[in-house]
Design a protein around this ligand. Sequence first.
Ligand code: EZ4
Ligand code: CO
Length: 401
Amino acid sequence: MKIEDARVIVASPGRNYVTLKIVTDGGIYGIGDATLNGRELAVASYLSEHVVPLLIGREAMNIEDTWQLLYRSAYWRRGPVTMAAIAAVDMALWDIKGKELGTPVWNLLGGRCRDGLLVYSHASGRSVDQTIEQVHTLIAAGYRAVRVQCLVPGLEAMYGVPRADGAGDGKGLPFVENDWSSQAYLRFVPTLFAAVRDAVGPKPALLHDAHHRLTPTQAGWLGKRLEDFQLFWLEDAVPAEWQDGYKILRHHTTTPLAVGEVFNTIFDCDRLVRNGWVDYIRAAPVHAGGITHLRKIADYAAPHHVKIGCHGAGDLSPVTMAAAAHFGIATYNAAIQEHGEHSAATHRLFPHHWSVTDGYLQPGDAPGLGVDIDEDLAGQLPYERAYLPVTRLEDGTVGDW
Ligand code: EZ4
Ligand code: CO
């Protein structure tokens, strides 16, 4: 079965998604997600200019060979653009293989090893009361795990929390600049978790994302103070370019640590995993080279007691959610999956068989990945330039987003 055509579809049902559709000579097609939030057209161009010409005429069933070819032949390995492009090809080829064999991708990955993949959703209030209300609403809707974010008193806007006008992240044109104070944040977060734990009791899993804004010692201070509230994890406490930051943090707290939504390859995870500095890797199928490479990261992490909890915010498309669902139901050390909101238009654009029931993600039983794209609808939803916001510290210095 040869690849006959491959096309890149960019559409914005409220936010931009880049999708690759690979069509074979027998008519079977597969789709893959290539969305890199805020830098979408770089991947679209990498795919259409440099990858698609290599795909035409190739054997569609040889996924590993195509993965290695795209990774090694570029010479310029790794990086978010390259790896998102490879990821899209990889997902589309798994989709094709499943359809050709008439079986869901999870079956090709070894079959189910759990009943459902635990998901977490987001409670994001502008006040503690509003945040607690949202946690209660999510628990009532069946969620067993909730990421808790709340606007820090004194700040106007903050990652993961709706702006005063109701808009979410990634809507700034050209981009919004928000004030940030790590001091105010650190003072506030332990009081937030004391209030939330008090309100919901010991059972629900609570998570928190520090979004790469702390130094190792600041993060250690916070992790220590959160220990009594037994978080499921503290995410992205410090940026991971310098992995020894996690060595310092690890020795200051027993709060479980998660990192890696910006990771692209196994090399980003290597020292963190090998030294046991983190508990969870957050790499997602779309940003870490697809199902094929994520499986290798998971297998590397498993004997080190490190589990996988994939990034799944709303800027990761329903195609990635499908890939994550098939991966997670069949991978022993997949622990949890983030489940961000998708707009109604996004669900219409990407009809899918995956579902969230009773707090668990189910991949469904459709052959392949069980997700599609409505190309006519995509044609009516043109790309809209958008950037993630940035932060400014009290003295005007650019901060981390
Ligand atoms: O800021 O997906 O855990 N989720 C997150 C996200 C990220 C965006 C970046 O594109 O941190 O909200
Ligand atoms: Co995050």
